[in-house]
Write a protein that binds this ligand. Sequence first.
Ligand code: SAM
Length: 248
Amino acid sequence: MQRRGDYGYDAPYALLIFGAVGAALAIAAAASWWARGPARTTAWLAVYAAFALGNAASFFYTTRAGKFAVWNEILDALRLRGDERALDLGCGRGAVLNMVAGRLSKGRITGIDLWSTHDQSGNSSDVTANNASLEGVADRVTIETGDMRELPFPAGTFDLVVSSLAIHNISGAAERAKAVSEAWRVLAPGGRLAIADIRATRRYARTLRELGASGVARRNLGWRFWYGNPFASTSLVTASKPAGGAVA
Ligand SMILES: C[S@@+](CC[C@H](N)C(=O)[O-])C[C@H]1O[C@@H](n2cnc3c(N)ncnc32)[C@H](O)[C@@H]1O
């Protein structure tokens, strides 16, 4: 799985804070040891430093490598035909967008985003378009600017809707439910949905059940998708729209 694009860093300020706090605590622990400070203080500073630096290392690994490895497995398990019309909600610089596009022969994928650089470093539609070109999938990718709570697509447009670490960025459970409902609305009968996120995934699953989704499942994606520690782990929600159902 060779990547040619540059996909930046998720939540770059969180990573910087983990790193800076870890470094400061490590320096404080070293200074305490050097000055022959109380052994207990030195030991606790060292423990906190190790914890913060461990969080930074896990976060770095996930955003640069782990999430790609896990999404590769998720997409393999979906066994795409290659002719799907797909949508990536909050596509950012195109990590998942381009992995789906690479599995499409006749199909197409649209990525929609508001390009928040707080949520992903260097985020912009130009960077995403350039990454699609670098990966050799630009002919299968469309990039749109828009809010996933109000998708500019008719009901039933897509056979597959994916989203990675994006919906939790919306404040308020009711607003996040709007994004999930929109994902459902634009899904065609028989279509499938895969949402990976670090928070609120139980709520996404409940919303999908209420909307009439079938086969709603939720599972933890493991240490390769931790943003620092197990409390910031990512879960995947998958569901389908019954084939005989109404479009909206
Ligand atoms: C952490 S990034 C993840 C990007 C990409 N899915 C990935 O896995 O690399 C979260 C993305 O969600 C986008 N986003 C946040 N709120 C949004 C909204 N209401 N509508 C569309 N995109 C949104 C941000 O701009 C950002 O690109």
